[in-house]
Ligand binder design. Structure first.
Ligand code: PMP
Length: 452
């Protein structure tokens, strides 16, 4: 298919000379060489050594929801850029941006109606945080509300505001003290939590903890609580159904805005347009990015209710490339493709099929504690001891991911779990192959670790 360029050694060398590798373990990159991809088609990616992989991650960032080589989206981007690429922000919109805002408002839960476009997930979160703080100030009654509550292991982005409500990937500590006023509380996790509680009572405990934290911080000081509907850390942490209704009630009781961060879950990942739908929860503000354009253009947005935006005489926040025509065309076309081709239903049904396949293939494994997922977002949680649910102290998860890669399937290690986020268009045949490779890799690594 895609042949690697002949000067690949020179490209690798130049990468070391001139590129920064964000969040990469540099010892491993120096040992194995940089990842340089030279082509993609469907759900397959080809690297600089000429090897082709089944990409069960929709790119490392889970953004490429329609896989690779789509021609409709690039054509729509081209047409829009030639017609009118960009006019700046403030009160300027390229014409299709207005129609896109209307379309997304129609897909978003409940009363979420007014949207600001930005260039990615972190900017979407910054927008949401500032919107919440300004609303509290302009509304009156909470003029000092600068505090935001987030959760252990949350990931909300890399810019200073978003980073200050982030706890995952070790990115926070190097930038501390961050933006003042953030505190972290426990969030519901599946299979394992620090208190050894069952999942549902633990979710109740986490919700009750939010109320105590609001009281402790002073409700008059708290602008917002931010949460991913399904937390990514340690693999697809689907909250039990009792969690979000309680969170919604507590936020309302204390005049705290609920920000739902759908940057990774939005636009079909979980087999619904937005994961909020699974839990019947409506945020006061909701963020989105990544699969919004199927990864074909950098774009994000924050959407809120009319009452919130109408309380604010002037939203004191701006980004230069808000509503860029390229992103607008990409998102509009991505949504049209998803609607026309039943992409979201495919993610729901084939995701369920993949989950069943993985659960049955891994049922007898001595090192697999839990296999869970929603739509095309799945995780396998490993344990060194099924009775105590103790996690592995060594790099077992990374070894499974590496073994799968050796067999031509890309997955990702995420703490105690291995994650897969296949493109939403992945077929059952491709998922069968991914399930077989997963089972074989898990078997090999279990054997290598002395399990029989
Ligand atoms: N929020 C969530 C839930 C995310 O998963 C991410 C990215 N992984 C972000 C925010 C930040 O998005 P970006 O990397 O586009 O800035």
């Amino acid at each position: 298919m895609n042949k690697p360029p002949e000067n690949i050694e020179a490209i690798n060398q130049a990468a070391f000379e001139h590129c920064i590798f964000p969040l990469a373990e540099m010892d491993a990159v120096r040992r194995d060489g940089p990842h340089i991809w030279v082509g993609g088609q469907g759900v397959e990616l080809t690297d600089n050594n000429g090897r082709t992989f089944l990409d069960m991650m929709s790119s490392h960032t889970r953004a490429n929801s329609l896989g690779y080589g789509n021609e409709e989206i690039p054509r729509a981007i081209y047409d829009q850029l030639v017609k009118l690429h960009y006019v700046g922000t403030v009160d300027n919109f390229v014409e299709p941006a207005v129609a896109l805002a209307e379309t997304i408002a129609g897909l978003a839960p409940g009363r979420l109606s007014n949207l600001m476009f930005v260039s990615g997930g972190s900017e979407a979160v910054e927008t949401a945080l500032k919107l919440a703080k300004q609303y509290q100030i302009d509304k009156g009654g909470k003029p000092r509300a600068y505090k935001v509550i987030s959760r252990w292991n949350a990931y909300h982005g890399s810019t200073m505001g978003a980073l200050s409500v982030t706890d995952w990937l070790g990115t926070r500590h190097v930038s501390e003290p961050g933006v003042p006023g953030t505190s972290l509380i426990p969030g519901p996790t599946r299979y394992r939590n620090p208190f050894g509680m069952e999942d549902e009572p633990y979710a109740d405990f986490c919700a009750a903890y939010l109320e105590q934290q609001i009281i402790h911080e002073g409700p008059e000081n708290v602008a917002a609580f931010i949460a991913e509907p399904i937390m990514q850390a340690h693999g697809v942490q689907i909250p039990p159904p009792n969690y979000f209704p309680k969170i919604r009630e507590i936020c309302d009781r204390h005049g705290v805005l609920l920000i739902i961060d759908e940057v990774i879950t939005g636009f079909g990942r979980t087999g619904a347009w937005f994961a909020s739908e699974h839990f019947g929860v409506e945020g006061d503000i909701m963020t989105m990015a990544k699969a919004m354009t199927a990864g074909y253009f950098p774009m994000g947005a924050a959407i809120t209710r009319k009452e919130i935006i109408e309380t604010i005489p002037m939203f004191r926040h701006v980004h230069t490339f808000s509503g860029h025509g390229g992103g607008v065309a990409a998102a509009t076309t991505n949504i049209a493709i998803c609607q026309r081709d039943g992409v979201i239903a495919n993610a729901r049904d084939n995701g369920r099929y993949f989950l069943d396949a993985l659960q049955s293939a891994l049922a007898g494994s001595p090192i697999v504690g839990d296999v869970r997922g929603l739509g095309m977002w799945l995780a396998i949680e490993f344990t060194a001891d099924k009775a105590t649910r103790q996690h592995f102290a060594d790099d077992t998860v990374k070894a499974v991911v590496q073994r799968m890669k050796d067999m031509g399937v890309l997955s990702s290690a995420i703490g105690n779990a291995m994650e897969m986020a296949p493109p939403l268009i992945t077929t059952r045949d491709q998922l069968d192959r991914a399930a077989e490779v997963t089972a074989e890799a898990v078997r090999d690594i279990a054997r290598a670790r002395g399990f029989t």
